[in-house]
Design a protein around this ligand. Structure first.
Ligand code: BG6
Length: 275
C-alpha cells in the first residue's frame, strides 16, 4: 500500500468531487458555483492506513470503541480498501459504487459473513447509500454511521436546527438530556440524538444552509472536538472551527439487527441552500 490512498476525481454535470477507495470515502463535494461542502484540512492530505477526519467516513460494523481492546475505533470498514464497482455519469449526476466483503475485511471481534455496498450519487445533492447484506445464516448486529464533516465558516457561529425536543445522549457528560431550542455549539460537543427529521446547519459566515436528511437511520450524531481535543488530531489541529459533524447513525440502543439473508440500507442526503 502506498502512502497516498487511491483517489477518484468526479467532474460531473452539476458538481465536482473526489472519493478515496480506502474507506469508500467521499472526500470532497462541491455543487457548481458553490464552495466545498465537506471539511478537509487545507494542508494535511489523507494518508493510507489512517482514516482521515475529513469528508464522509463510513463507520461500520460498530460505532466508537470496538468490542475488544484491539478493535479499531468506528469499525474496520473505514480502514479497508473497497472494491470500486463502477462509475457512471448521466445528465443528473455521477454515481460511484463500491463493495466490501468479509473476504477483504474482517475482525475477530465481528467474525460474520457480509457484503457491504456503498453508492454515492454526486449531483446538486449528494446522496450516499450504505447497504449491509447479511450473507450468513445467523442474525448480525450492526452499529454504523455516515460520519459527515460539514464545512462551516466558524462552528462557534453556526446554528443547528431541527433537533428541538429530541432526546440525546451527551457523550461528554455521559448524561441523557432533551434538546431545548436550536443547538449553538459552545465547547466540545459529542451528542447522539434520537431523531429522524431533517437537521439544518445555518452558517452565517459562509451564508448558506446545509440540510441533512437520512433514511434508515434512527440517530444523528453532532460532534466537534473543540480546541483541546483537536490539538491531538493532526488532520484537524487549529482548523477545528471549520467543521461540524452531523452524522446519520444507528448506534447505542438503536443498533440494527440484520436478519440472516437480509439487508439494511442507511441513506444520507446533503443539500446546500442560500441563507
Ligand atoms: O477520531 P475518530 O475515531 O475518527 O472519532 C472521532 C469522533 O467521532 C464521533 O462520531 C464520536 O461521537 C466521537 O466520540 C469521536 O471522538
Amino acid at each position: 500500500m502506498t502512502d497516498t490512498p487511491h483517489a477518484r476525481e468526479v467532474d460531473g454535470p452539476a458538481c465536482t468531487g473526489e472519493l478515496l477507495d480506502e474507506g469508500a470515502l467521499v472526500l470532497r463535494w462541491a455543487p457548481d458555483g458553490r464552495e466545498p461542502v465537506l471539511f478537509v484540512h487545507p494542508d494535511v492530505a489523507p494518508r493510507a492506513g489512517t482514516p482521515p477526519h475529513a469528508g464522509i467516513p463510513v463507520c461500520w460494523p460498530w460505532f466508537g470503541p470496538g468490542p475488544t481492546d484491539d478493535a479499531p475505533s468506528h469499525g474496520f470498514a473505514r480502514n479497508a480498501v473497497w472494491e470500486h464497482v463502477g462509475t457512471t455519469t448521466e445528465a443528473s449526476g455521477t454515481t460511484v459504487s463500491y463493495r466490501l466483503t468479509d473476504a477483504e475485511a474482517t475482525h475477530p471481534a465481528w467474525p460474520h459473513p457480509y457484503r457491504l455496498e456503498l453508492t454515492a450519487v454526486l449531483a446538486d445533492t449528494l446522496t450516499i447509500s450504505l447497504t449491509t447484506h447479511n450473507t450468513g445464516d445467523e442474525d448480525v448486529v450492526v452499529g454504523e454511521a455516515l460520519h459527515a464533516y460539514l464545512a462551516v465558516g466558524d462552528v462557534r457561529e453556526a446554528v443547528v436546527t431541527g433537533l428541538d425536543g429530541a432526546r440525546y445522549h451527551d457523550k461528554v457528560t455521559d448524561e441523557d438530556e432533551v434538546q431545548s431550542g436550536d443547538l449553538v455549539l459552545g465547547g466540545r460537543t459529542d451528542r447522539v440524538y434520537c431523531t429522524t427529521g431533517a437537521v439544518v446547519v445555518e452558517d452565517p459566515v459562509l451564508r448558506r444552509r446545509l440540510r441533512v436528511e437520512a433514511d434508515g437511520a434512527s440517530c444523528r450524531v453532532v460532534w466537534n472536538p473543540w480546541d483541546d481535543l483537536a490539538a491531538d488530531l493532526d488532520d484537524v489541529g487549529e482548523a477545528w472551527p471549520r467543521f461540524v459533524c452531523v452524522e446519520a447513525a444507528n448506534v447505542l440502543d438503536d443498533v440494527v439487527t440484520v436478519p440472516a439473508g437480509g439487508s439494511h440500507t442507511l441513506t444520507y442526503r446533503l443539500t446546500v441552500e442560500d441563507a
